[in-house]
Design a protein around this ligand. Structure first.
Ligand code: ATP
Ligand code: MG
Length: 565
């Protein structure tokens, strides 16, 4: 699926800013954004918000959006994550063309920038321990103090920084710091660390480096190297913006980068109830085996969402609906589900599945006979045609569709009551069989031969109930997984932060369902609406040719057993 023809998204403060800047001629109409994941985990629904925003702006303004792996931290990054992230961005329908970048390819430039900062008197080598540095930093209410190393000469700083790079000091012995202002009210400007010594193998640069740039130093340089116009990030980076601007200004003075310099713009991150959207927490769920893997259909990862049967189109609807703002808030998971339903309602073919089967025997139907009934593939799209569903003497129906003693307002099967077998005949219930324990083993009925759906006069007999069924002789049994929310609380972990204790012990139920014959040909990732039950997808991992396994994506809003209009 491609979003190239999608309508332009609704106005938001970032679009307004771009429009104003375009009117003032700031960038000559250029819009260059980037999506910069760190390859230390899989993407989640929060990242999707950022992807739709960044790629969406580029699309709507005729610009480009870069896919940049922000891989400056060697310890937690891997190729597995790079591949999964690439795949997920494509799945959402976006194409970065030639604009695929790895921040680690800029290490040489970042190093050169650091030497320049030292030479220009804007950086120095710090030799205090981490604890000592913390003591010198001050607090939110008290200014920091200058380190005794702050006054090192340019020559000494340069020599020491080169020795850091040459591997002459142990890990952690020194750091390079920006020289800004230890008394700044913004703690982020109190001489932040910009390089550290760390002997770690990097997935791209191998063992070439034993010093690595800090994220807050590396990111602005990455943006400037790529001529990014708008560096869009989440609100928690707002306090970092003064450092972002300070750094790029100093480097522009040193002719490293032309003006106008990239502009950092913050927006509110997605917080979604009943899930966790933090890589650290997702990694914990996977590592501690609370879920089956990164693509567990209960996880809010994009690979999990895809396997669950959520669609990229539904994610786009969601992103459009929630919009982009500057204030943090929580979005209810039901909003996400409603967007998925709306998308699936348009595209998913209708099929029949009995999830909790009990036999229905039509006593007056001839033994050994079967006949063809026809069911529309999509009630609102007749052009999608119909498929044949066979009917015979013994059917599977839902256990819930029979009550020996009906509660008030129950219109489905009970002795003496008539209902329509959807796409088939009107039947009248005559009773049931029970096993030795008193459990109902089969339901009996008679059918009214002149009432077959689609034949003249079939609707003369009026009934209130309408139930679905599959022919026992023709159905096939398959595994289906019924998913529920992974957490029992809207904000897992709440105040205490212990989100593991909020896991829902019943987040998945695996059942054996009876399915109509047409479903046997389902291919992995085919979406269906199982009538009255919800949207299901053929699982991409466990389905085999001729033996699909189904995941329930989301239930229907529809209430059970409503009479056919
Ligand atoms: P962590 O969870 O470890 O803090 P992260 O989610 O910030 O990591 P990155 O790989 O740095 O992971 O994220 C890539 C981009 O996705 C960033 O630009 C970030 O702003 C954006 N992003 C991450 N989480 C969300 C979210 N919940 N809502 C919107 N954007 C997000
Ligand atoms: Mg991050």
């Amino acid at each position: 699926m491609s979003h190239d023809t999608a309508p332009a998204s609704a106005a938001n403060f970032i679009r307004n800013l771009i429009d104003e800047q375009n009117a003032a001629g700031k960038w000559n109409g250029r819009v260059e954004t980037r999506f910069p994941p760190e390859p230390n985990g899989y993407l989640h629904l929060g990242h999707a918000k950022s992807i739709f925003l960044n790629f969406g702006l580029a699309r709507d303004y005729g610009g480009v959006c870069h896919l940049r792996f922000d891989d400056t931290n060697p310890e937690k990054e891997s190729q597995e994550y790079v591949d999964a992230i690439t795949e997920s961005v494509k799945w959402l329908g976006f194409d970065w063309g030639e604009h695929l970048y790895f921040a680690s390819n800029y290490f040489d430039t970042m190093y050169a920038c650091a030497e320049y900062l030292i030479q220009a008197g804007h950086a120095y080598v710090e030799s205090l321990s981490a604890d000592e540095m913390r003591n010198y930093r001050g607090t939110l209410t008290e200014p920091g103090k200058d380190s005794p190393h702050r006054s090192r000469s340019v020559e000494e700083n340069l020599a020491m920084f080169r020795s850091m790079r040459a591997g002459e000091y142990p890990d952690g012995a020194h750091v390079l710091r920006a020289k800004i202002n230890m008394a700044s009210p913004n703690i982020n400007l109190r001489d932040p660390a910009i390089y550290r010594i760390k002997r770690a193998h990097h997935h791209n640069t191998g063992d070439k480096w034993c010093i690595y740039p800090m994220y807050t130093y590396a990111h602005p340089i990455e943006d400037a190297i790529e001529h990014i116009t708008h560096s869009i990030c989440t609100l928690e980076f707002e306090d970092q913006r003064p450092f972002y601007d300070w750094l790029l200004n100093k480097l522009a003075e040193g002719d490293f980068f032309p003006r106008p310099l990239p502009q950092q713009v913050e927006f509110a991150r997605l917080n979604l109830t009943y899930v966790v959207l933090s890589k650290r927490k997702l990694i914990q769920l996977v590592d501690e085996k609370h879920v089956s893997g990164w693509d567990d259909p209960r996880l809010p990862t994009l690979v999990g969402a895809r396997r669950r049967g959520y669609t990229a189109e539904g994610l786009k609807r969601f992103a459009d609906q929630i919009g982009v703002s500057k204030s943090d808030g929580w979005i209810d998971y039901s909003v996400f589900e409603a967007c998925q339903r709306d998308g699936l309602n348009d595209t998913a073919l209708r099929r029949i599945a009995v999830l909790d089967p009990i036999k229905l025997i039509i006593d007056n139907y001839p033994e050994g006979q079967s006949e063809e009934c026809f069911a529309p593939n999509h009630p609102q799209q007749p052009e999608l045609g119909k498929r044949m569903v066979p009917l015979s003497k013994e059917l599977w129906i839902e256990r819930e569709d029979f009550e020996e003693t009906p509660p008030k307002g129950y219109f489905r099967l009970f002795p003496g009551n008539s209902v329509r077998l959807r796409y088939g005949y009107v039947i009248t219930c005559t009773g049931c069989d029970k096993d030795a324990d008193g459990i109902i083993a089969a339901v009996h009925c008679d059918y009214l031969p002149d009432t077959k759906s689609g034949t003249p006069g079939s609707d003369l007999v009026k009934v209130k109930g309408n139930i679905h069924w599959v022919s026992a002789a023709h159905a096939y049994e398959a595994e289906a997984r019924l998913y529920d929310r992974l957490f029992t609380t809207a904000q897992p972990g709440g105040e205490s932060g212990d989100f593991i204790k909020d896991l829902n012990p019943d987040s998945v139920r695996t059942i054996r369902a009876q399915l109509e014959p047409a479903l046997i040909d389902a291919n992995a990732e085919d979406h269906f609406q199982f009538e009255r039950h919800g949207y299901f997808v053929a699982d991409s991992v466990d389905s085999k040719a001729g033996a699909p396994v189904f995941n329930r994506t989301v239930t229907l809003k529809d209430s059970w057993g409503k009479a056919e209009k």
